[in-house]
Design a protein around this ligand. Structure first.
Ligand code: SF4
Length: 653
C-alpha cells in the first residue's frame, strides 16, 4: 500500500500491530528523548523513582539551555542535579552555552526516519529533516526512557502542497504565519502536517525548521518535511552525511486532508497580540512606536535568519527608542556568522547580542516596558509571555524584525531596502558548519555510571505523587476559566518563576498567579476542588507544572469544553482527571464556587462517561473522559507513576 511519510515512520515504530486508523490508540517505540533545564528536574525525579539504572532509548539528551541567569542558588542547583543524574543514567548533556535544544538537536543528533519525543512543545522542529518528533510532558519522557512504548491517538495526516517561490523580504516565518491564519491555534489538533511540493523542495533545512517548529502553535501533533537533497546538504554541512537516508512519501499516496499554500502570493505578516493566529499583513497594521525588537530563538535563530536580518541592518542603525537584542540559536551558527562578517554588521548597527539560550523567549530577561510594543521572531505572543502582561507582542520574520528595529515602527524589509531587498533571496545556508561537540558531555559506561552520586541541592524537592480518584467526589469549583487558557497562565514563566519549577510546594503558591492571583490560596483552603475550563484549555508550552501545581493544591478534575493534547496528557500523568462537557452549553450554567458532586467516580471513569451533579444549582450535566484506554488505566491508578510501577511489577512477577 502506498504510504505518506508520516505513516511510514509510524509503521516502522509500531510496538503493537495496528491498522493505524485515525483516532485509535497506537503504541510507538521511541528512538530519542530530549529535555530542557526548566522542566527536566521533574522528568529525572520520575525516572529515578521508577528505579531503572539506565535510559532504555538509543539517545537521551538533557539540554541546559533555557535559564542561564543564575539569579540565586536555584538554577545552578538544578543544573548540577541534571548533570549528575545524566551521568548516572546514560544521558547526554548539552552544556550551557552550546545552544537552544531544538537547534542543537537537529544539528547534532537528528536522523531522518527516527522518532523523537521531547519534553517541550516545539520538539516537532526536528521534522525539518524527515524525523517524526512529538512534544510531550516530562512524565511521558521519563516513561519513554524506561523503554515503555509511547501511546498516541493516531493522527490525521494533512498534505500541505507548497507551490510558487517566496519573494525576497518574505521567509519561512511568513509561511507558518499564513498557516496559523488559516488553521488557528486549535485547528491542528490531532493532525500531522506533511509539507511537500515544489515550494517545499526549494526550502532549505534552515527554513523548514521554522515551519516545523511553529506547527505547535496550531495545536498539531507534529509537522514533517521529506528527507531529500536539502536534508542531505544539511547533514553533510554537519559532517554527518552518513546519517542521511532518503525518505519520501510514496507517489500518489493517500492523505486525510489536503491544502495548498502558494508561496508567491505571500507578503510579510505579523501575528498580533495576544495569540499566534491573529495574523495580519504588516502593511495593514497601524504604525505605532515599537519599544523592543528581539531577533532569534529556536524558531528564527538560524544562520539564514540572522544573516538576512544583518543584511537589512547593513548601513543602518537601531532606532534610538528601540532596544534590539539577538539570541542566536547555537554556538556553531554563531561562529559561522562571525566568520562570514554578519556579527560585525549586527554590532555596528547597535544590536545587543544575548547568550546562546532561550532567555527572553521564555520571559527570562528582556521584559518589554509597560504598555509597550515588542516585536519578536519567537513563536508565542500570549499575554505575559514576553515577561510583561501589560505589553503587546507581535511575531514576525527576522527580516521584518530588523526593518522594524531600524524604523521604530512595524516595517517590512522592502520598505527599508527598496529594490535591494532582492539580496535577501540570495542567502544560503553554509556548505560546512564549524562543528565542535566539546560542549556535549557523553554518557558514561554502565560501570562508571554506577559509581556516580546524584547531587541534590536544596532546590531539588521530592516529586509529589497523587492519589487514585476518590470514590465519591464532592467539592467546589475553585476556578471558572475562559477560552484558550495557556500553560503560561497556569504556571507563569520568567527567571524568577522558572527557577522554582524543581520545587512544587514553592511553585504551587504561584499557580494561576497572573490570571487569578487569589487562586492558590483559595484552592488550598478548599482542600479539594474542580476547575472549569473553556475551549483549548492548557494550550501552549508542554510544561507539566501546569498540571502538577493544581494537583498539589487539591484540584481533582478539570472539566472543560476542550483540552490541548499535551496538557491533557499531563493532567492524566499527574492524577488530575480531564473531563470534557458532553454539551458545551453546560459550561454557561456553572459558576465559580458552585458545589459539584460525582458519585461512584472510579466506576464512572471506567465507562468514560461521568455524570456530574451541580448541588448549588440543582442541575445535572454529562461529561466524557476523552482519553485512550491506557491513559484511562493511568487515570484510575492516580497518575502515570503509579501506573508504570504497577505495570513494571506485573512484568517482573
Ligand atoms: Fe526556547 Fe523559546 Fe524555543 Fe522554547 S520556544 S525552546 S523557550 S527558544
Amino acid at each position: 500500500m502506498k504510504q505518506n511519510l508520516t505513516r511510514k515512520i509510524l509503521a516502522s515504530h509500531l510496538a503493537k500491530p495496528s491498522d493505524m486508523v485515525f483516532g485509535e490508540e497506537i503504541f510507538l517505540k521511541v528512538d530519542q528523548t530530549l529535555t530542557h533545564d526548566i522542566n527536566a528536574v521533574m522528568t529525572y525525579l520520575a525516572f529515578e523513582a521508577i528505579g531503572l539504572d539506565r535510559t532504555q532509548v538509543e539517545t537521551s539528551v538533557s539540554y541546559l539551555d533555557h535559564n542561564l541567569l543564575y539569579l540565586d542558588y536555584k538554577t545552578p542547583d538544578d543544573h548540577i542535579y541534571l548533570q549528575s543524574v545524566a551521568k548516572k543514567y546514560g544521558v547526554y548533556v548539552s552544556r550551557p552555552g552550546n545552544g537552544i535544544m531544538h537547534a542543537v538537536h537537529v544539528a547534532r543528533f537528528g536522523v531522518p526516519g527516527k522518532l523523537s519525543m521531547g519534553g517541550d512543545s516545539h520538539t516537532p522542529h526536528g521534522g525539518a529533516i524527515g524525523m517524526l518528533c512529538i512534544g510531550a510532558g516530562g512524565m511521558d519522557i521519563a516513561t519513554a526512557m524506561t523503554g515503555v512504548p509511547m501511546r498516541l491517538k493516531m493522527p490525521q495526516v494533512i498534505r500541505v502542497n507548497l507551490t510558487g517561490t517566496l519573494r525576497p523580504g518574505c521567509s519561512a516565518k511568513d509561511v507558518i504565519l499564513e498557516m496559523l491564519r488559516r488553521i488557528s491555534v486549535k485547528g491542528g489538533l490531532g493532525k500531522v502536517y506533511e509539507y511537500v511540493g515544489p515550494g517545499a523542495e526549494a526550502l532549505e533545512v534552515d527554513d523548514r525548521v521554522t515551519i516545523a517548529n511553529m506547527g505547535a502553535e496550531m495545536g498539531a501533533t507534529s509537522s514533517i518535511f521529506p528527507a531529500d537533497k536539502q536534508v542531505r546538504k544539511y547533514l553533510k554541512a554537519q559532517g554527518r552525511e552518513e546519517d542521511y537516508i532518503e525518505l519520501l512519501p510514496d507517489e500518489n499516496c493517500e492523505y486525510d486532508g489536503e491544502m495548498e499554500v502558494n508561496l508567491s502570493e505571500l507578503e510579510p505578516l505579523a501575528a498580533c497580540p495576544h495569540q499566534p493566529d491573529r495574523v495580519t499583513a504588516i502593511r495593514e497594521i497601524e504604525k505605532k512606536p515599537v519599544q523592543q525588537v528581539m531577533i532569534g530563538s529556536c524558531t528564527n535563530g538560524n544562520y539564514k535568519d540572522i544573516a538576512r536580518a544583518a543584511l537589512v541592518f547593513k548601513g543602518h542603525h537601531v532606532h534610538e527608542d528601540v532596544s534590539c537584542t539577538c539570541a542566536i540559536s547555537t554556538k556553531q551558527i554563531y561562529k559561522q556568522l562571525l566568520h562570514d562578517g554578519y556579527i560585525d554588521v549586527l554590532l555596528d548597527a547597535g544590536v545587543r547580542l544575548l547568550e546562546l539560550a532561550c532567555g527572553p523567549c521564555t520571559s527570562i530577561g528582556q521584559s518589554p516596558a509597560t504598555e509597550a510594543i515588542s516585536v519578536r521572531t519567537t513563536n508565542r505572543n500570549f499575554r505575559g509571555r514576553g515577561g510583561n502582561p501589560n505589553a503587546s507582542v507581535y511575531l514576525v520574520s527576522p527580516e521584518s524584525a530588523a526593518a522594524t528595529a531600524i524604523a521604530g515602527v512595524l516595517t517590512t524589509a522592502e520598505e527599508i531596502m527598496g529594490q535591494e531587498v532582492s539580496v535577501l533571496g540570495t542567502v544560503e545556508a553554509p556548505e560546512r558548519y564549524p562543528v565542535d561537540d566539546s560542549m556535549i558531555i557523553r554518557p558514561l559506561s554502565p560501570e562508571e555510571a554506577s559509581k556516580v552520586e546524584v547531587v541534590r541541592g536544596p532546590d531539588i524537592a521530592p516529586l509529589p505523587v497523587p492519589d487514585a480518584p476518590m470514590k465519591h467526589l464532592k467539592c467546589r469549583v475553585s476556578l471558572k476559566a475562559g477560552d484558550n487558557v495557556t500553560t503560561d497562565d497556569i504556571t507563569p514563566a520568567s527567571a524568577e518563576f522558572s527557577s522554582m519549577r524543581s520545587n512544587i510546594p514553592l511553585m504551587s503558591r504561584y499557580c494561576y498567579y497572573r490570571y487569578d492571583p487569589d487562586f492558590a490560596v483559595r484552592a488550598r483552603a478548599m482542600g479539594k476542588s474542580i476547575i472549569i475550563g473553556g475551549e483549548n484549555y492548557g494550550q501552549g508550552s508542554s510544561r507539566e507544572h501546569a498540571a502538577i501545581t493544581p494537583m498539589y493544591l487539591g484540584v481533582k478534575a478539570v472539566i472543560a469544553k476542550g483540552i490541548a493534547r499535551i496538557h491533557k496528557g499531563n493532567l492524566v500523568n499527574h492524577g488530575v482527571v480531564p473531563l470534557l462537557f458532553e454539551n458545551p452549553a453546560d459550561y454557561d450554567e456553572i459558576d465559580q464556587m458552585d458545589e459539584l458532586e460525582i458519585e461512584h467516580f472510579p466506576e464512572q471513569l471506567r465507562s468514560k462517561e461521568v455524570v456530574v451533579k451541580n448541588v448549588t444549582k440543582g442541575t445535572v450535566f454529562k461529561t466524557v473522559l476523552d482519553v485512550t484506554d491506557s491513559e484511562q488505566e493511568a487515570v484510575l491508578c492516580g497518575g502515570q507513576l503509579r501506573y508504570l510501577k504497577h505495570q513494571l511489577k506485573q512484568e517482573t512477577a
